[in-house]
Design a binder for this molecule. Structure first.
Ligand code: SAH
Length: 219
């Protein structure tokens, strides 16, 4: 259990969360379903208690094992992109981390699969899902380059670590009409949205971003 201060008034209150969502709206996040979920999910339980007071600032924060929880703007932006204004059926996330993004997705999709390569992070992720009583998420310890062929096809795939190229298995595991949103690049990274059509794939380059790298194998 957290201290009462974590749950009540102050830097971690629902009101603070609404202020964060107002800022996201001003910064251009338009999908009210996404904003509504971000207003509900307490971000501060995902970060170190020492950093809980900064959980609603628009910054990336350390989550241990040298990894970071993405800043709220990018979580909102990527979720808005994969959702495209529609309820999602089956979604795959690569890079569970502390599972903040996973929890957001779980409220907007019927079923979420999420792959993480660091087993210590999966323990934290499991704890957070349990604390929020989220039941429609399946976590997998593995290398996200491979996706999860046995659960495919997916309506949407979101990658939260930067790849140098688009892994072919992920393209293969998209439904027709499905979307893959991912950061690409090593030095300079950009967000890309790839859509599967009946004829093939279309690719849209979006804004510059900064993510930890997608690594190979498990740890
Ligand atoms: N979505 C996360 C962000 C975590 S940072 C959150 O909201 O907290 C990116 C994560 O991708 C890290 O946890 C890192 O370990 C993971 N990662 C990097 N390469 C990976 C790979 N090949 N497969 C699965 N996860 C990977």
């Amino acid at each position: 259990m957290k201290t009462p201060d974590h749950r009540g008034i102050g830097m971690t209150s629902p009101r603070t969360r609404l202020r964060m969502v107002d800022k996201l709206r001003q910064e251009g996040i338009r999908d009210e379903a996404v904003l509504g979920v971000m207003a509900d999910i307490p971000r501060h339980i995902f970060v170190d208690e020492a950093l809980a007071h900064r959980a609603y600032e628009n910054v990336a924060l350390p989550l241990g094992f040298g990894q970071t929880i993405s800043q709220p703007y990018i979580v909102g932006r990527m979720t808005e992109l994969v959702r495209s204004g529609q309820a999602l059926d089956k979604v795959l996330e690569i890079g569970t981390g502390c599972a903040y993004q996973t929890c957001i997705l779980s409220k907007l999709a019927r079923e979420v699969y999420s792959i993480e390569r660091i087993s210590g992070l999966l323990d934290k992720a499991r704890q957070h899902l349990r604390e929020l009583r989220i039941m429609n998420v399946r976590l997998k310890h593995g290398d996200g380059h491979l996706g999860i062929p046995e659960a495919a096809p997916f309506d949407a795939i979101m990658m939260t670590a930067a790849a140098s190229h688009v892994p072919q298995p992920l393209l293969d595991q998209l439904k027709i009409g499905g979307k893959l949103v991912l950061p690409l690049g090593t030095q300079d990274q950009y967000l890309y949205m790839i859509e599967r059509t009946t004829e093939g794939f279309t690719e849209t380059k979006l804004e510059a971003v900064k993510f930890v790298p997608l690594l190979s194998g498990t740890a």
